[in-house]
Structures are given as C-alpha cells and as structure tokens.
Design a protein around this ligand. Structure first.
Ligand SMILES: [Zn+2]
Length: 290
C-alpha cells in the first residue's frame, strides 16, 4: 500500500509496460526540430545552445532573450488556455530543481505571463546521473521502455493535491519518456487534472522520415537580434556573419552569435566586433539624449 504522506518512488510506482502504451498528458507539442547530426540547422543549435547556458547568470542578457523568445513561442502555441501550474522536467545533473538552469528561467517567465505557479519542487531525485543520451541512441518501442525505466529509476514525487491544469515543459524530446513519466506522476500523485506537455524541440530520426512531420521553428525573431542571430563558424576558429564570406575556410557550422563568440574570433571582414562597439556607443549616446 502506498503511504500518501511520504515521497513516492516512481521506480516502484510506474509500470513500464503501461507507460509505454499510455500517454498521460492531454496534449503534447514540439516547437521545432533537433537534428542531432546537422551542423547547418540553426534551430538545432539554438535549442542546444540554450540548454547549455548553465548557470544562466554567466550568460547575462543573452540567455534572457532566448528564454523570452521560447516563452513567446510557447504562449503562441497554447492560445488562450488557462494554467494553474508550470512544471519542468529536471535535467540529468539535478537532484532538486535548481534556479540557475535555463529551463527554470523559462518556467519562471511562463509563470509570470500565465499567472501560474511553478510546482517543479514536487519532484526530486536520489542521485544525479549521466545524461540520457549516453544510455542509447535508438528510437522505437524498446528504446521508449528503456528510457521510461531510466527516467523513473531515481525519481521521487511528493504527494499533494494541487488540482488544476499544468503546463509541463522540457527541452529536447527523444522518445518522449520523460514527459510520460512526469505527466503520469502529476496526475496520479499530485492531483493535477490536466497536463499539456511542450518540448522546445523533438530529436529527428531517419533523416526526418520519423513520423513527426515538418517541425520547424520560426527563428526570424532571433535573426534580427545582433547577439542571437545565426553566424557561420569555420574550421579555422573564426565566425562570420556572411554565409558567403570569402575568408570562410573548411567546414562550416552555425551557431548563435553570443555562443560563437565564446569559442571563435570574429572575422575581421564580415563580423568585426568594432561594429558592435560602435553601435553600442551610438545607442548609449542616443539613450542619453532622450
Ligand atoms: Zn567573414
């Protein structure tokens, strides 16, 4: 018999077979695609780059702006739906929800805009663990069962009777195991009545012939932001604003500018940092005059 007043081990409470057949969320959506082997997919680099902004305070205003971008994308997808709670899937390195993680920042922005509260703290883990991608890279039914087992193995939920509607968020979906386990726990032990699950991106398999359709994130808002726009990194450690810059050497991969600046130098021809400093100085002069 399950004691309602003690934390519940999901490993004991979850039936892997049942969860691989049943989805406990009421709705699920993916904002875009994550192409794991593509160097040229900007939206894949955006979600990966955002995920890696840990701790968020090391990435200053940039991570805030990417979070704001995702927040608006999610709100657009949700339409007029009402939510009482926002919950996020914890990352592999967390045992309790940590505030300095990018998904925590996003959850807090969503709470403000939706008038909801973050209830991620009903979850905790007994141990941190290697990221799920190290377990296996396969899609399909067996991978889903393995991943459900993997997510549930050290996850605990504190029983509560919160009621209402929850928005459940996660960064990159692989098989969708995390969403299934969290949604099940929220309904079975936390008293949540409905769960809408949103992933920032879905991992694409089989060259896109994976049944997930044409999932594509509109990144035009990022393109108009000086620090978040797409830049092109070459194999000599330089990044370029122009895809056709004559100084580009070797293989090219894309990234957000503020991420590229941490690992590459600006191309003197097309990406000079003087341009930014000049613009920054002009902007401060202009603001000072207002
Ligand atoms: Zn260049």
């Amino acid at each position: 018999m399950i004691r309602r007043d003690l934390p519940i081990s999901l490993r004991a409470a979850v039936s892997v077979e049942e969860l691989s057949r049943e989805e406990y969320y009421d709705e699920i959506c993916f904002l875009g695609s994550f192409w794991p082997y593509s160097n040229r997919s900007f939206e894949s680099r955006v979600v990966k780059g955002y995920k890696e902004c840990v701790p968020v305070y090391d990435y200053g205003p940039y991570v805030m702006r990417v979070a704001d971008f995702y927040c608006k994308q999610i709100l657009r997808r949700l339409g007029q739906q009402h939510f009482d709670w926002v919950v996020r899937v914890m990352s592999s390195a967390e045992t309790v929800p940590e505030q300095y993680r990018p998904m925590s920042l996003l959850a807090s922005m969503l709470c403000t805009r939706l008038g909801a509260r973050d209830c991620t703290q009903v979850f905790f883990r007994s141990d941190s663990r290697p990221p799920m991608r190290t377990v296996d890279k396969l899609s399909g039914a067996e991978a889903l069962r393995n991943r459900i087992r993997y997510v549930a193995q050290d996850l605990f939920v504190r029983p509560a009777n919160l009621g209402g509607q929850a928005l459940l968020i996660d960064d990159i979906a692989n098989t969708g195991a995390s969403m299934r386990v969290y949604a099940f726990a929220l309904k079975a032990f936390v008293g949540i009545e409905s769960v809408v699950a949103v992933n920032l991106a879905a991992t694409r398999f089989a060259g896109g012939k994976d049944g997930r359709g044409a999932l594509s994130l509109d990144t035009s808002e990022l393109e108009s932001d000086f620090d978040l726009r797409c830049v092109f990194l070459d194999s000599c450690g330089a990044f370029h604003l122009a895809a056709d810059c004559p100084l580009i050497k070797g293989n090219v991969s894309v990234d957000m500018r503020f991420v590229a600046e941490r690992k590459a130098r600006a191309c003197p021809t097309c990406s000079s940092s003087h341009v930014r400093k000049g613009l920054g100085a002009l902007l401060s002069l202009w603001k000072a005059r207002l």
